[in-house]
Design a protein around this ligand. Structure first.
Ligand SMILES: Cc1ncc(COP(=O)(O)O)c(C=O)c1O
Length: 365
């Protein structure tokens, strides 16, 4: 039987990173204790105790927190609400997470991709785009910490500048931060939300990377002016979310499992990141370069300029290694990312990572 491919494509936690037994106990306990509430319809904004926990962490009232069925569902709500209010351009980083790009295209937004580098989104590019025309963009979508796909983090100084620019132009910002807590070294910079105060910046995160993605629990911390319309989207889409999943997370936190689990996950991911960067260092040819994330799931690989990523993917497949083309993280037809790749190190163990990188390197000789 052929061994399963080594996947650097899956931006998902390996099964051993999911605290399945603890979550099962929490689910059983809450179902027995609160079943009559949990198995009924309820508030569209989510399970009250978890909503309160999120609101306390972010210093806002619970009415400004909406728990969603994963962060991505919430992105779709936010984009729909914001584009209805202010149709037109949505500013994104280049590269950016591919699923939101597809949602934006479906919503009819004009996607404007802004330059980024090792320090994250370039504030000069943002300012230039805002000055280019007097027409206000609908919003800026940014993933400032351990970005998907690049693994890059926006520096503290740039965060301040971006908040200044957004404030000066009255620009709504969606700060997507599912990886921020998955930090295994270095000091966390302040969030855009903290710096700005939450009037223009909406903050979103989820429990997909800190507990389990299959529970589908994400959350949004919204400006007062948007919270009602956002929650109304949730109600008109699914009436109320699956409370069992949200109550399970709430119980997981109440039992004191959240922090120790996060520490374990971070230690595992650090070993995987180290295995990947060491193998790249050892085996990859001159002319290649890659980001060095202090957390998260991904690194961004730039291949030597004569190597086309699409061709490498085709040759890697029979060798049993998969990853995602850089091109997929730019707006279609941009011609960018042709020699880049996103490598996820979250799904494979260190031994398989070393093996997989070695196989890719052999194709580049
Ligand atoms: C940047 C970013 N935002 C949002 C999500 C969506 O996560 P979920 O819907 O599981 O909360 C992901 C998932 O990989 C992501 O990378």
């Amino acid at each position: 039987m052929r061994a399963s491919p080594i996947s650097f494509a899956r931006g998902a936690p390996a099964p051993e990173l999911i605290p399945a037994a603890e979550l099962a106990e929490c689910a059983y306990a809450v179902a027995l204790r609160d079943g009559a509430t949990i198995f009924a319809y309820g508030p569209g904004g989510g399970y009250a105790p978890l909503r309160e926990w999120v609101s306390a962490r972010h210093g806002v009232e619970p009415a400004r927190v909406v728990l969603t069925v994963g962060g991505l569902q919430g992105f779709a709500f936010y984009a729909a609400v914001q584009l209805l209010r202010l149709p037109g351009r949505v500013l994104v980083e280049a590269p950016s997470y591919d699923r939101p790009l597809k949602i934006l295209a479906r919503e009819g937004a004009e996607i404007v991709a802004l330059r980024m580098d090792e320090e994250g989104l370039d504030p000069d590019a943002l300012e230039a785009e805002l000055r280019r025309t007097s027409e206000r963009p609908s919003f800026l979508y940014t993933i400032p910490t351990f970005q998907n796909p690049s693994g890059r983090t926006l520096s503290a100084e740039r965060r301040r500048r971006i908040v200044e620019i957004a404030t000066a132009h009255g620009l709504a910002v969606l700060e997507d931060d599912p990886y921020g807590l998955v930090r295994y070294e270095g000091k966390a910079p302040p969030s855009l939300h903290e710096l700005e105060g939450g009037e223009l910046v909406t903050y979103t995160s989820s429990f997909s990377k800190t507990a389990a993605p299959g529970l589908r629990v994400g959350y949004f911390v919204l400006p007062r002016s948007t919270a009602g319309a956002f929650e109304e989207r949730a109600v008109s889409t699914y009436i109320s979310p699956p409370f069992l999943a949200q109550a399970t997370i709430s119980e997981f936190i109440a039992r004191g499992h959240f922090e120790p689990n996060l520490e374990r996950v971070c230690a595992e991911l650090r070993a995987r990141r180290d295995a990947m960067t060491a193998a790249l260092e050892e085996t990859f040819p001159e002319g290649s370069s890659w980001s060095r994330p202090e957390g998260g799931y991904f690194l961004w690989l730039e291949l030597p300029e004569e190597v086309a990523t699409a061709e490498l993917i085709d040759r890697a497949e029979p060798e049993g290694v998969t990853f995602v083309r850089g091109e997929d993280f730019f707006p279609p037809g941009s011609g960018l990312g042709l020699t880049s790749a996103r490598l996820a190190y979250s799904y494979e163990n260190p031994e398989r990572i070393t093996e997989g990188i070695g196989r890719l390197a052999a194709l580049l000789l």
